[in-house]
Write a protein that binds this ligand. Structure first.
Ligand code: 8DG
Ligand code: MN
Ligand code: MN
Length: 367
């Protein structure tokens, strides 16, 4: 007998967009292990095994009870042999030897360090690892390396950027972004997306979507001061272009992956006054990673849905659209392949309705 009588494992959808996943995770000891396994496969560029573990993690995040026996996962989707082995061991031993092995693996540890730098992905990590580099200290000491502008900023603000962004910091940055945007575009709509829109208390960055109702969109907006570092990506969207079928494709909006300087009031005033008195420089700001995305008003709902995430939720939405509805969804549009038409939407609710899905609130998209 299950603890939740209404819960029927065989009725759980394989698509996270047909499930409601809040931040209340009863199975974190399993999902943590899965995410370590998935990350290790990502570092090895084994997308299939990586997705297998991410999907399994997402199913267990949705379960309204903690898994304590193998019977608890009977009938659930996405529980392949590799996944079941990990679950079984955690039930019996309290931890996964495979996940532990990964954590102590030299290659994993190096990739984990390298990718923690803004601007460094799996490709760069691979290159550095092949050169024999193992730690960030070794990377910094290597004078032959040619770092990109983004990576230089990543090293420069490293300590600030690895310390997570709090909800309070997100709110403070939100005010700054809104004020600044409205100085140039008084009618603009600025919305926090990403993890904070899903109700998370901390994040690795703050994601913003900016749109301007009316005919004109401002290309100049992102070019105006305020940012410590900004990797500008100009819009490459072409009108009437078919949505991308790639599940993890980047979109074509004008956007910038930026680092913002957030001035913080000194918490400890006496030591601040002391340092002032002796002319010691105190850093009274924190570098914060911010993603700014500018979208035309007609595409706003699609951009909002895409940028709210979670990543897994977005992947499953696209997979569901493609396989169950013969439609192509991306951050710009939804295209019906049978009718050969674009489906317009002014809100996320309308997109779910086009897809024949029950609406899922942002805080239920933590798949
Ligand atoms: P976090 O920052 O708290 O770690 O979590 P998050 O807010 O969920 O993750 P994110 O990496 O900031 O991404 C937010 C969503 O944006 C995610 O669901 C995927 C989506 N997204 C796109 N396009 C792109 C893109 O080009 N780059 C990134 N990083 N995310 C994108 O739709
Ligand atoms: Mn984010
Ligand atoms: Mn982001």
């Amino acid at each position: 007998e299950s603890e939740v009588p209404s819960f029927i494992a065989s009725k759980v959808s394989q698509y996270s967009c047909q499930r409601k996943t809040t931040l209340n995770n009863y199975n974190q000891k399993f999902t943590d292990a899965f995410e370590i396994m998935a990350e290790n496969y990502e570092f090895k560029e084994n997308e299939i095994f990586c997705l297998e573990f991410l999907r399994a993690a997402s199913v267990l995040k949705f379960l309204p009870f903690p898994v304590t026996t193998m019977k608890d996962i009977q009938g659930l989707p996405c529980m392949g042999d590799r996944v079941r082995d990990v679950i079984e061991e955690i039930i019996e031993e309290g931890e996964s030897s495979r996940a532990k092995e990964v954590l102590s693996d030299e290659r994993y540890q190096s990739f984990k360090q390298f990718t923690s730098v803004f601007g460094v992905g799996v490709k760069t990590s691979e290159k550095w690892y092949r050169m024999g580099l193992r730690t960030l200290e070794e990377v910094k000491a290597d004078r032959t390396l040619k770092l990109s502008k983004m990576q230089k900023a990543g090293f420069l603000y490293y300590e600030d950027l690895v310390s997570c962004v709090s909800k309070a910091e997100a709110d403070a940055v939100s005010l700054i972004v809104k004020n600044t945007v409205c100085r140039f575009l008084p009618d603009a709509l600025v919305t926090i997306t990403g993890g904070f829109r899903r109700g998370k208390e901390i994040g690795h960055d703050i994601d913003f979507l900016i749109t301007n109702p009316g005919p004109r969109e401002d290309d100049e907006l992102l070019h105006k001061g305020l940012l410590l570092y900004c990797d500008m990506i100009e819009s490459t969207f072409v009108k009437e272009q078919l949505p991308s079928r790639k599940v993890d494709a980047m979109d074509n909006f004008q956007k910038c992956f930026a680092i913002l300087k957030l001035y913080q009031p000194r918490v400890d005033n006496s030591s601040y006054n002391m340092s002032k008195k002796f002319h010691i420089e105190v850093k009274d700001w924190k570098a914060i990673r911010v993603d700014l995305v500018i979208t035309p008003f007609e595409q706003y709902a699609y951009a909002l849905l895409g940028w709210t995430g979670s990543r897994q939720f977005g992947r499953d939405l696209r997979r569901f659209a493609n396989h169950e509805r013969k439609m192509i969804l991306d951050n710009h549009a939804l295209y019906d392949r049978r009718k050969r038409i674009f489906l317009k939407a002014g809100s996320e609710e309308e997109i779910f309705a086009h897809l024949g899905l029950d609406y899922v609130e942002p805080w239920e998209r933590n798949a």
